[in-house]
Design a protein around this ligand. Structure first.
Ligand code: ADP
Length: 758
């Protein structure tokens, strides 16, 4: 947008006589365009190069004769005093001798209707003439006065964005130009318009992003050195400097600091394509680094006189100084917010005696803590997610990779972060839109709990105020590629698969949160170990108890069942319809109770029995389970697909058959259609059973694994005792595997689980 395609112009030794005017720059060679030695100036002034030692004029712009009122032949090889008069000549000589000439052009005297500004660079005294400014002395004084007011006003603005917004408004007020944008460079030198003040009827460029190629390194290098860059008429005719090689230095004239310096055709074409007729650019330099630019555009040519430019320069310098403070204040506010959120979460964790899960229920959750689009927690083998995150299967794979990364890294690395996840973890290519940025903390090395924040791809998170590009119709001679639209596409390409980068304050805050969590965990560890020991004992006792009671309860229940039958028969013989109904209800209840006891028995058996592990052909096993289902379900005609490539497992064959039968019969059961589709397969290390049934709302994902918990009335969906999934879970656990599910209500459910390899 600003200085498009001033590409890679190295600061090599440009000793050849380059001229903007003669050497045509095209898109193919523009990356070698020597922007600091263009050999030409803009025609709103004239230039003389003087040997500071001899006072002899060595080079002059072709238009100098009119400006200095001399004949073209007399331009060079003459003492400068012969051109500007004895008195001015002496003044210059004295200033040079007293080291009073700076690198920045400063006013020295007026001559022949022009103000003369002088500066010294690369061993050359450069004089630039500009029409005497129309500002009265009073106006000039006011300009400076205004700047000190502006600076005071800026000091009172809190926060970076408001600061930049005010700055844009003030610069617009000072210059009276149509549009003023604050353009900020990111780490990779791509840029973004973060504030804008403009004529109301113009479309906005706010939030626009540009690739680093738009303002390449050599152009940035110049901006880092100068404060103001005027291009009063984009449509200018370059005026050549003769001779092109300075005879005193034997080098082309280095015009880095000249305000008249000829502007690249690539740049002016780009501006023309945007419908811009004039540009004025101010630099923002923070701690020696080019932080950004204040880019001003006008829709008609306009020369901002040098006193106003000087005021702009002062403003740019002051803004640069204040900006660091504004930025620091911004970080301080953010840091404070993170600290507060972190404290709340920690308090919640302590109070609720919960694990990481508490971080979610805390009133100020993990997403308030750090600016992210999603967050996932792996707490004790269970995933909890919020916002935009990859699916559980992808999370599992990511966690596996993270574990490796955390182990590989030398000690002390407790936070892993990237703003281009797919570059480090290839499977992330499948979910760049959802999660291109990742910041992960591992709670401790021996436990595998994780907290992972995600950021979406940059491209997806930018909110445009309409599409301003569609309104840009003008197309100059530079053609297609020099359009902001193309520029934006280039930017998109360059940030594909990337999120906004993580700030140091964020990484630090995540590290502190991790430490705080670890402290709580450590304090709890003792208590938990003790409780765990007790629990292990009581769990075993409970299993034994459940087994004995359910086994023993069945005896008397069978007796009751017989008596209920007698009662029913006797009522039948008496044709006593009341008693008949009562005894039928009794029989139904007994059957239900028997079902429940049977489930409990099965459940406790899974916990108690020694597993008899062997190599199990899972394909064969699933086929057996499918056969059982085909026979038992006469009301529905399921389509069961067993995908090839089911690896053999090492486990207890009857238990594993029970596992598949349970999941597959649920898949048939919880489906409203007559032909449920079920798919059994293996992906990324996990077996899965997929159905196209009614699905499970995410808030019930835990509940369904509790004993006797059903989501439906007892006779709905073919009835059941609610023991199937707890048994399934226990079987997987006893095999040392993991079980999880992904479900979309109305679409279907996938149960995933891992088993030891054969
Ligand atoms: P039940 O004996 O009731 O089937 P389970 O323990 O097997 O008991 O399942 C518990 C609950 O989980 C069920 O009541 C049902 O609501 C839900 N459920 C289980 N599997 C599925 C599935 N594949 N699709 C939808 N809901 C399911």
């Amino acid at each position: 947008m600003l200085h498009a395609f001033w590409k890679g112009i190295g600061r090599m030794n440009f000793s050849f006589a380059y001229s903007l005017k003669k050497n045509e720059v095209t898109l193919t060679n523009c990356d070698r365009e020597p922007v600091h030695v263009p050999g030409c100036i803009q025609p709103f002034g004239a230039l003389l190069a003087v040997n500071p030692e001899t006072g002899i004029v060595t080079q002059a712009s072709a238009n100098a004769p009119e400006w200095f009122n001399i004949s073209p032949e007399a331009m060079t090889k003459k003492p400068v005093s012969e051109i500007v008069g004895e008195e001015n000549g002496e003044l210059l000589a004295k200033m040079v001798a007293d080291n009073k000439i700076e690198t920045y052009p400063r006013y020295v005297f007026s001559f022949n209707g022009s103000d003369i500004l002088a500066h010294l660079h690369d061993g050359v005294l450069i004089l630039e003439a500009e029409k005497i400014s129309s500002l009265t002395e009073d106006e000039e004084r006011r300009a400076y006065h205004t700047v000190s007011h502006i600076s005071a006003r800026l000091r009172n603005v809190k926060g970076l964005q408001p600061f930049c917004q005010t700055l844009a408004g003030e610069v617009r007020g000072l210059t009276g130009l149509d549009r003023v944008m604050i353009y900020k460079f990111h780490e990779d030198y791509s840029g973004e318009v973060i504030a804008e003040a403009k004529r109301e009827d113009l479309h906005s460029y706010l939030n626009m992003r540009y690739p680093s190629e738009d303002i390449p390194q050599p152009a940035r290098e110049i901006f880092r050195k100068i404060w103001v860059r005027p291009v009063p008429a984009v449509d200018y005719e370059p005026v050549e400097v003769t001779p092109l090689i300075n005879p005193a230095t034997n080098r082309p004239l280095d015009m880095t600091y000249c305000f008249l310096r000829g502007a690249s055709v690539m740049y002016t074409d780009y501006l023309k394509n945007m419908g811009v007729a004039m540009a004025l650019t101010l630099s923002i330099v923070v701690e020696g680094k080019l932080w950004g630019l204040i880019a001003c555009h006008h829709n008609s040519p306009r020369q901002v006189p040098w006193p106003t430019r000087a005021a702009c320069e002062l403003l740019a310098q002051m803004a640069s100084l204040q900006l660091k403070t504004a930025e620091n204040a911004e970080y301080a506010v953010y840091r404070e917010r993170m600290e507060k959120a972190s404290q709340q979460m920690i308090d919640e964790m302590i109070e609720s005696r919960q694990g990481l899960e508490a971080l979610f229920s805390a009133s100020s959750g993990l997403l308030d803590f750090i600016d992210a689009d999603g967050v996932a927690i792996l707490d004790n083998g269970a995933w909890h997610t919020r916002g935009s995150t990859p699916g559980k299967t992808e999370l599992r794979a990511l966690a596996q990779w993270l574990r490796q990364e955390f182990t590989l890294t030398t000690s002390g690395v407790e936070v892993l972060h990237t703003h281009a996840l797919s570059e480090r973890f290839a499977p992330a290519r499948n979910f760049t839109e959802l999660a291109s940025g990742m910041l992960a903390i591992q709670i401790s090395r021996n436990n595998e709990d994780l907290v992972i924040w995600f950021r979406r791809e940059l491209e997806q998170t930018i909110h445009w105020a309409g599409d301003p590009y569609s309104k840009v119709v003008t197309q100059g001679p530079g053609g297609e590629r020099l359009l902001p639209r193309t520029s934006f596409d280039l930017w998109k390409e360059s940030v594909h698969g990337q999120s906004a980068p993580w700030k140091t304050v964020e990484i630090e805050a995540a590290r502190r949160l991790r430490l705080a969590i670890m402290e709580i965990m450590a304090a709890r560890l003792d208590a938990v170990t003790r409780e765990n020991r007790e629990l292990a004992v009581s769990n075993a006792e409970l299993d034994a108890f459940a087994y004995i009671t359910s086994h023993d309860l069945r005896e008397p229940l069978r007796g009751i069942y017989h008596y209920a039958h007698f009662l029913k028969e006797s009522a039948e013989s008496r044709a006593d319809s009341d008693s008949m109904e009562q005894s039928e209800s009794l029989i139904r209840l007994i059957r239900r109770m028997d079902g429940l006891i049977e489930s409990l028995l099965q459940f406790s058996r899974v916990g108690r029995l020694q597993l008899e592990k062997e190599k199990v052909d899972v394909g064969e096993l699933v086929q057996e389970a499918a056969d059982i289902i085909y026979i038992s379900r006469t009301d529905k005609k399921p389509n069961i697909t067993i995908l090839p490539g089911l690896p053999a497992a090492y486990g207890d064959r009857p238990r594993l058959r029970e596992l598949f039968t349970n999941l597959m019969s649920n898949a048939v059961k919880y489906n409203d259609g007559p032909n449920p589709s079920i798919e059994i397969g293996f992906k990324d290390g996990a077996y899965f059973v997929r159905d196209d049934g009614i699905g499970i709302p995410s808030e019930y994902e835990k509940v369904i694994f509790q004993m006797f918990k059903r989501l439906h009335a007892k006779d709905e969906y073919g009835g059941g005792t609610g023991a199937g999934l707890p048994i399934v879970q226990k079987i997987v656990e006893r095999h040392g595997g993991e079980l999880w599910l992904e479900s979309e209500p109305g679409k279907g459910t996938v149960f995933y689980f891992t088993l030891p390899e054969a």
